[in-house]
Write a protein that binds this ligand. Structure first.
Ligand SMILES: COc1cccc(COC(=O)c2cn[nH]c2)c1
Length: 245
């Protein structure tokens, strides 16, 4: 996989070399190039933003540098990459999205800052490459860099050969295999720690009982923390009524 990242803070991506992602690059499974958006400015102050038409607080990123940055990346690519723009107003980025992105040969990440990027940048980009505007959650960051680090980690770890034991990719929270329920609690040595013991079922050697316990724990956690992940279940009161009816 090839990834190009355009940002006004290229140093944000130095940590990529340290992590699992760095090993994946060394193994040739992924390569990424970080580009400073200001390389495509031509004024003395290397201006990338200006005041918003229509008024309002904050600044908006100018379209010209983005257009030239995309020209440069497209010009070097055999086929158009998919443009990924992290933004609070994007579609939810989920594990399924990570799997979609992991199947793509070339990703082009645009890191927005300020109040956002002039809307014509994405509008024009759609005429020459697929575009995905994605949100990591309902909160606002100062820029897309942190989101791109998260997306890259979620995507690259799915590439074949990146994670040592592919089985460890299967039983995860939100993984399609576990019906998207939350992960069960995990334990390791010592057996007893500060007066807290490992649940005995996990020591029983009965794999069926262990699996059942884990499923129950997943369901209990999902009910408590993420009822939105469960199929529509009427509130308990209604269930009582139904039984009484
Ligand atoms: C594209 O323009 C902007 C402007 C401001 C910040 C950002 C970064 O994205 C987020 O803040 C975000 C992503 N998912 N949840 C929050 C992008």
């Amino acid at each position: 996989m090839q990834a190009d990242i355009v940002t006004i803070f290229p140093d944000y991506f130095a940590p990529l070399d340290l992590s699992l992602i760095g090993k994946a690059r060394a193994a040739g499974l992924v390569d990424w190039r970080v580009h400073d958006l200001r390389a495509w400015t031509h004024d003395r102050h290397r201006t990338v933003d200006d005041t918003p038409y229509g008024g309002g607080a904050g600044m908006v990123m100018k379209p010209e540098p983005w257009g030239e940055a995309f020209d440069a990346v497209l010009g070097r690519a055999d086929a158009p990459p998919t443009l990924v723009v992290p933004t609070p107003s994007g579609e939810p980025f989920r594990q399924a999205t990570a799997h979609e992105f992991a199947a793509l040969p070339h990703l082009l990440f645009a890191c927005g800052r300020y109040e956002g990027i002039d809307a014509r940048v994405v509008e024009h980009a759609r005429t020459r490459m697929p575009v995905r505007e994605v949100s990591l959650g309902d909160y606002v960051l100062n820029g897309g860099e942190v989101a791109v680090l998260a997306i890259l980690e979620a995507v690259v770890r799915l590439l074949p050969g990146v994670v040592g034991n592919p089985a460890s990719l299967v039983e995860e929270s939100h993984s399609v295999a576990g019906a998207g329920w939350l992960e069960y609690p995990v334990y390791t040595k010592p057996l007893s720690w500060r007066g807290l013991d490992v649940p005995p079922v996990l020591l029983s050697g009965h794999h069926g009982q262990v699996a059942a316990w884990r499923a129950e724990q997943s369901l209990e956690r999902t009910r408590a923390r993420r009822p939105d992940l469960l199929p529509d279940t009427p509130p308990a009161a209604e269930i009582g009524d139904a039984e009484l009816a």
